[in-house]
Design a protein around this ligand. Structure first.
Ligand code: KIV
Ligand code: ZN
Length: 555
């Protein structure tokens, strides 16, 4: 029972949209992306990035493919100003990339920002003011008309002072954000956006960017989509407007809100890598882009080496990515559950290069983002037999017979249980070698040779059985059968051979053979053994000894 009074909260009012279109649309193309890592993301860091770190981060964003990058708030601090200057003066901005700066609608801040932008080729000047009733009442004590006045004045001042920049060859575009848009009355948000557009006079070639932020996320994603669809259908100059999204993640639905609002008609998306930003963060651009990718839509951003991107991100921001973070988290291509491991192992062989990606439990090919299958399965005590066999095959080349999976799975799980920890692939390999390959007690094979081969085979084996040297012979219809007879002659318990398989391990001069033998004891218990040797015959003889030793140790 909740002890605090839930009655102090109210439901978020729905949007009265009678003919909403977004629910029946599907996404077909990538939006225009804008990274705000170096502004919104950076200003939310306990220790903001240094200029050198920002330069490195900027280069990373360019490499990923961002064509619009908010580089800061140059009128707010010297560091932000200097960073902007270095980007321009050191020619670090590719000709197809626009830098975006944020500025309040105040004359001295606008002129200072324009100074920072001198010499830039492509600029998005981002003006904003708060528009919601709470901001108007509690923070500014301002009427709706005052708030519209602030925005209109800001845009007029930019038009006036920005002309020199345009004359000097800069392509200057305007982005206007009614901050706290999603908490603002839609009619008023429209009114202020229209007023700003009236002043700026956009054209089809130089569209205005109207950025409609969910400064704080209060509603469910469908309400956000309704708000965006409402704006898209009410703006009078929609053809001269780029509708931009800027979600935050207070309810944990920033990605969903953005995706639904893209369906609702938005053209552009602002956000940050891995969702860094104030409070619960900004929109996670990596997730939205890779979500598009997994639906067959080219996101036009390159996350082909996500580990390298993550490394720069973590170093520069000093933030850590959660192990379960979609796509980038350390554990997201790992299956601990046995049934998941089995399904992955069974679906992998169906994955042919010309077929759509269809591996169960793994919605993206890890290789597409520079991650590897090797990390897919990790073993703990809850893991299934398929996982162990997968690791032994993929990491070490052992193709265990199917019937052996259960047996080795139990051996490995028992060890994981007793250790109380996850086992690495190397641990699993070590268990396999210890349990099967190096199994030399109570019977040790010292030497084996065939002494006659005709329609039958006769062999001689030197054994150490329970500490006693024995030289025994046996005859059978092949070397393995002959060896089984020799063991019986040595007084060891009888057993029958149930199955046999072998394959080569490695290739070329280094190649060895590995054999797997299954035996059944007189009591009906089944045991596998495995042996390795450069000589295939000897590999099988060793596998018999391995199976027998395992049986004797359980007797
Ligand atoms: O979240 C927000 O509203 C902002 C604006 C400045 C766009 O970051
Ligand atoms: Zn923001």
């Amino acid at each position: 029972m909740q002890s605090a009074p839930v009655t102090k909260y109210r439901p978020f009012p729905p949007v009265p949209l009678t003919n909403r279109q977004w629910p029946s649309r599907t996404l077909t193309h990538a939006p225009i992306w804008c990274s705000v890592d170096l502004r919104d993301g950076n200003q939310a860091l306990a220790q903001p990035m240094s200029v050198e770190e920002k330069l490195e981060f900027f280069a990373l964003l360019v490499k990923i493919g961002f064509k619009e990058i908010e580089v800061g708030f140059p009128s707010a601090s010297q560091i932000e100003f200097d960073f902007c200057r270095r980007l321009i003066e050191e020619n670090r901005i590719p000709s197809d990339v626009s830098i975006q700066i944020l500025c309040q609608c105040r004359e001295e801040l606008i002129t200072r920002s324009l100074e920072a932008l001198k010499g830039a080729k492509n600029v998005i000047f981002h003006l904003y003011n708060s528009t919601s009733p709470k901001q108007r009442e509690y923070v500014f004590g301002a009427s709706k008309a005052d708030i519209v006045g602030i925005a209109v004045k800001g845009v007029s001042l930019l038009k006036k002072h920005g002309q020199a920049l345009i004359d000097a060859g800069t392509r200057l575009r305007l982005e206007y954000s009614p901050e706290s848009f999603t908490s603002t009355e839609l009619e008023f948000a429209l009114e202020i956006c229209e007023a700003v557009t009236d002043v700026w006079q956009p054209t089809a070639d130089n569209k205005i960017i109207l950025n409609l932020p969910a400064t704080v996320e209060y509603a469910t994603p469908n309400v956000h989509a309704d708000q965006i669809e409402w704006m898209c259908t009410h703006l009078t100059r929609r053809d001269k407007t780029i509708v931009s999204l800027h979600t935050h993640n207070d309810r944990g639905t920033g990605v969903a809100a953005t995706e639904l609002a893209m369906l609702a008609g938005a053209d552009r998306v602002e956000g940050t890598l891995f969702g860094n930003g104030e409070r619960t963060g900004n929109l996670d651009l990596v997730v939205v882009a890779l979500n598009l990718y997994t639906h067959g839509i080219d996101p036009k951003l390159d996350f082909g080496d996500i580990n390298a991107i993550r490394e720069v991100y973590e170093r520069c921001t000093r933030m850590e990515i959660h192990p379960r973070h979609p796509y980038a988290g350390e554990l997201v291509f790992t299956a601990f559950s046995g049934s998941h491991q089995d399904a992955i192992k069974k679906s992998m062989p169906h994955q042919k290069p010309d077929r759509p990606w269809d591996v169960i439990y793994i919605p993206i090919d890890p290789a597409d983002i520079g991650r590897s299958y090797k990390a897919i399965i990790r073993i703990n005590s809850q893991s299934g037999k398929g996982g162990v066999a997968y690791v032994l095959e993929n990491d070490f080349g052992y193709q265990l017979p199917k019937l052996m999976h259960k047996e080795i799975g139990k051996v490995v799980n028992d060890l994981a249980d007793s250790k109380g920890a996850e086992l690495s692939p190397q641990d699993i390999h070590d268990v396999f070698v210890r349990e099967y390959i190096d199994r030399a007690t109570p019977v040790t094979l010292k030497e084996f040779r065939t002494i006659e081969r005709s329609s039958t085979v006769t062999c001689q084996a030197d054994l150490l059985a329970y500490g006693q040297e024995k030289i025994v012979t046996g005859t059978g219809n092949g070397p393995i059968d002959a060896f089984v007879q020799a063991l019986r002659a040595a007084g060891l318990p009888a057993f029958e051979l149930v199955s046999y398989s072998e394959h080569s391990l490695g290739s070329g001069a280094e190649a060895r053979a590995v054999s797997y033998i299954q035996i059944k004891t007189e009591r009906g218990a089944s045991f596998f053994g495995a042996g390795i040797d450069t000589n295939i015959e000897l590999a099988s003889i060793k596998a018999v000894v391995s199976a027998l030793n395992r049986a004797l140790s359980k007797a």
